[in-house]
Design a protein around this ligand. Sequence first.
Ligand code: Q46
Ligand code: ZN
Length: 309
Amino acid sequence: MKCTRCRAKAEVQLRAHNSAFCRPCYVVFFQRQVERAIARQRMFARDEPVLVAVSGGKDSLALWDVLADLGYATSGLYLGLGIGDYSARSRDKAEAFAARRGLPLRIVDLSEVGPGLGVPEVAAATRRTPCAACGTMKRHSFDAAALEAGFAVLATGHNLDDEAARLLGNVLHWQKDHLARQRPVLHPTHPKFVRKVKPLYLVSEYETAVYAFMRGIDYVVEECPNAVGATQLVYKDVLARLEVESPGTKLRFVQEFVRTAQPAFAEVEHQAPGECAVCGMPAYGEVCSYCRLVREVETKRARAAAGRM
Ligand code: Q46
Ligand code: ZN
């Protein structure tokens, strides 16, 4: 098998793209895919500083690597979720990557900010699933951190497999409001929100893993322990089977949704958010969902303390 670009011996074959690449050409191919997505979707300008949310996993570190290599002014943002050893190991990987590349990394640890609550405690106290609690806390913390540090753009490492699985879930349940917001660029609906972009939305998990390997990126291989049994994984499995039968299915599914169907959903009228009476961040009710979560935990703690008296 020969490299599609230079005819040298190929190391990786991509059936979805009907191509094969040697190592140097693959790195160029991958970076161009990302660069093209940024330009086509007008995610951010050349000189615009970008805050990259890094989890220590392959996707976010590969994203940071590409953006830094392409010459964008990037800073990393690591959010400590307090999920035991997994969080400790992922933080180490994010810190080591930043140090090796000489890139600035901001660290926000949920146990050290606000009421000092990690994901497991919030989930247990509020009887939510860890991922539901985590999602609310992440969204709030990303916006708050970007606002505090003065960034207008936050990039996340969601890849094609993530987007395809999410799209399948949203379609199966006809979640119109979720489909209205499933875009590679989400423009802020409030001055305290940040623009959220997903430069890897058209590159698969496999392609990202190959890139990380070829670039020698050391990332945390284990998944978050709470990911086990998530419905998303079932959707990913179904899509992987379709992909084997018909290479390129995932790419067409997401690409064509964004190009043709998404604008119809995006027209659904959205109420503009007001501001949370507690923390001042954007909120759709009087209090934002993060502060509601915190309030629930504090009520629970107060009741437990009163019971002990
Ligand atoms: S980190 Fe958080 Fe994920 Fe872990 S608790 Fe769930 S949502 S699985 S991306
Ligand atoms: Zn709030």
